[in-house]
Write a protein that binds this ligand. Sequence first.
Ligand code: ZN
Ligand code: ZN
Length: 302
Amino acid sequence: MRFLLIVSIMLIVIFIVNSINYMENENINSISNDNFKYIIKDYNNNLEQLGRDSIAEETEKLYHAHIIHDSRKDIKKILNNKLKEVNKEYKEKYGINIRSEVLSVESTDSPWKVLFKVRIKADKDTNQFDGILESNSSIEGLKDPLPYAKLPKIYNNINNDGKKIHYFQALAQYLRLHNVDSYESYILATSPLFIKKCPYDPYIHHGDGNTLKECLKQGYFHESADGSCYLCRLDGKGVCPHYGMEVFIQTHTPLTNESVSCSDHVVFHDRYTGEKLNKYDINSLILDSSHAKKYGLVHEDG
Ligand SMILES: [Zn+2]
Ligand SMILES: [Zn+2]
């Protein structure tokens, strides 16, 4: 009986909290003055780009040899500062007083989007608004933070040419430190610089015709429950509890022995072995059987 009572109370609390959230998201539409409503909606629309710019600024820290400890906290701070400026602009432009506070920066069920929640209190003449604005920012087109978070530029020879990341000796040395056999295969490995979502979906068709070749040429990223999300990548995590992404780290080696499988979450976290798809191709991917299966690829023997 007591258990049932507790469960019922919990359900009621969840219901109330959800209703409050729902009301907060709805309350822009409940604003009766059209001009005031337009200003708040415009502010909300701008959050998407401001959020994305804030994430990009955080990523640039890694590319300029800094180390990140808590990306969500940093991004909150960056966005709060941007919003202070925006609030001043709105005051000058529209005569509206806005106070804002970024409540959270969150991963979503899409690895390509980051959710921002911002509390704002606004007033103009007799109109008032007090609520939480939400905005999803796309991370497509931003730089991949993980390689520079794992191999900080201050200690490692890692670089990029505006299209690809070049690991030189750094990744092989990193793997040697993590006791990976045949770490030499990863000398001069490369991976894509910018996050681009692979359009070849379902992924099992990567084995058809030139699909894999084209995917590698364009440097596409793939959805993966095992790979980490963008925010956790900033914190240097190869895996995380959120729905994430993975990318192939491409080796360019004449060596034909087994090495670590080349999906980036395997290289930077799980570290199980794989084999070249084609032993005689120096640019061949090194893959384990379950990743080969996911992408519809086969290991050619002989
Ligand atoms: Zn692909
Ligand atoms: Zn995550």
